[in-house]
Ligand binder design. Sequence first.
Ligand code: ADP
Ligand code: MG
Length: 676
Amino acid sequence: MKNLDDPISKLKGVGPKKQEDLFDLNIKTIFDLLNYFPFRYDDFRMKDLSQLQDQQTVTLKGKIAVEPTVNYFGKRRNRLIIRLLVGNDVIPISFFNQPWLKKNLIVGQEILVYGKFDSNRKTMSGIKIINETKNQGYNSIYSVNSKITQKSLKQIIEQAYSEYQDVIEDFVPNWIIKKYRLENLKNVIKTMHFPKSQADVKGARRTAKFNEFFLFQMRLQTVKGQKQKSEKAKIMSDKLTLMPFIDKLPYELTAAQDKVVNEILYDLHRPYQMNRLLQGDVGSGKTVVAALAILATVLSHKQAVMLAPTEILAEQHANSLAKLFKDTDINIALLTGDTPNSARKQLLPRIKDGKINLIVGTHALFQDTVQYHDLGLAVIDEQHRFGVNQRRKMREKGAATNVLSMTATPIPRTLSITTYGEMDISVIDELPGGRKPIKTTWIKNNQVRLMLNFLKKHLKNHEQAYVVVPLIDESDSVDMRNVTDTYEKFEQTFSPTYQVGLLHGQMNDEDKNQVMDDFKKNKTQILISTTVIEVGVDVSNASVMVIFDADHFGLAQLHQLRGRVGRGQQQSYCILIADPKNKTGIERMNVMSSSTDGFFISQKDLELRGPGDILGKQQSGIPNFKVGDPISDVNILSAAKNVATRVTDEDNWQQLAKNKNLVERLNAINNNTSFD
Ligand code: ADP
Ligand code: MG
């Protein structure tokens, strides 16, 4: 019985040598081979020249009208001109520095020329002359290597198609094919390899992209097998139980906050562990959303933890949560690496017996020595600061712990679907009212005076300012001098009228806390810092952010830094100081000065630097798709994700198991490494 997962060696003519060569193209099975699609098509049919777009690459077919000429200019440079009669037009086609092409050309001969068409001048700049005219339709061009020729690959594909076409069956469920008006797989494979027209290819390619994304999403969703149903994961409280608390908040929830609270409560209510990522720009009010999830958990007689990446943040969260929860029965404790042993000894048993129902802290929270009574919810703030294993350790502290991860880094849609594909995503896409967008200006190094005058004005007005200096390497002494130099210069300029603080990563935690505390209490008015202030710090009286050598930072990081101001009612400012040396640097500064929209900025970051640079190649988790482009085809990608989520949902799981073709396809992917 023929099967698409047969190895390619089943084909006649594919011996060990050819098999190896095909392996190099990542083709192992018949399925791989049939899904190894052309990356381009040459159109060998007569063209209506008036239909061609300017600079379109096309293949023209015509007769050589007159003897081709070669003109020399300079020592080695020359140009061959072929005048090709195409229909009633004579098109001059230029080839540079390839005079030898001329000797095979005969007047009156019919040839095909592949090149770039200039529709204004009706000329072409030639790329390649194709002598065979036997293919009259659309010609598929594959990406090949030095061992395999177009011709031999095409032959093998043709052979595979004719032998296996009867066993090509759809793995995408029928209702999806109908809903998204997809084509069936057999048709897609046939059209992609042997198309008749451009329009044919377009439809087939769309389905091919969908199929590729769909399989990828299915794999993400099923890696861990069916989501485990567990009554223990259920949090009983609902919106109504939370209403008295919500009513007492000093502000109204924004519509966006309200929406994500509903999404979270819905998840918590279901007998499956929640795995949700809450995205919200700095200042969008994620803390209170987390607080509501925590309250729901505690009211349902379970424990909750709130995990933060640094001591400063953990303390800040403990304080603001204590304030929010002061009229509730929540017993809150702070547990960090700094917690003294004696206090720790008292805390641990009370955590274990459940007397304490909310624990805020750092990495200490998932250490072996800490045992929980019944951990129902783990909130992980700034989730990207924790490794996969750390997050797993936290989750495994309870029998069925729901996880709410939070991040202020806006994730472009492409990445949220690929890299974060196994998570559900909630987005707070609105800032609480009354907040004014931060005004950003970019100045050059020789304009620093302007910045100093500007600062003086705002300090006089009892506001505070951050001054950030980049540190490439915290241990590099040259860099360190940079921060301390800046610190001294600001001291000279502003002291004794204003106090200047200094914060960097080489200080011990106690000193850091002291410096932060002084700034919070307005004992210091200017804080010179490295990027250690990047995360979550909240001082609403700070209204000016100055960033030196701003072009040394990525857009996402600049956006994070800028978010440290603009947290109060007054107008806030960000001043970028940079003399960027390249175009990307200039564009980065322009993006920052013109936009405060985190999603726009992150998408730009993705375009300017590529996904690998943002998350690290290993981490980016974006596989090398063959047909689809996860950035420009993000809509198809998104549809594939929605569908895959539905297919793997509890109600459809039984259905899925019955879909033999899909199950086989998924098994084949898991055994193979086509996606890696
Ligand atoms: P982030 O999302 O950056 O963690 P926070 O939760 O720290 O933001 O919230 C920033 C500030 O906005 C806090 O001072 C908080 O009290 C305030 N805040 C949160 N939600 C609202 C709201 N709906 N209306 C007004 N202020 C709010
Ligand atoms: Mg926060």
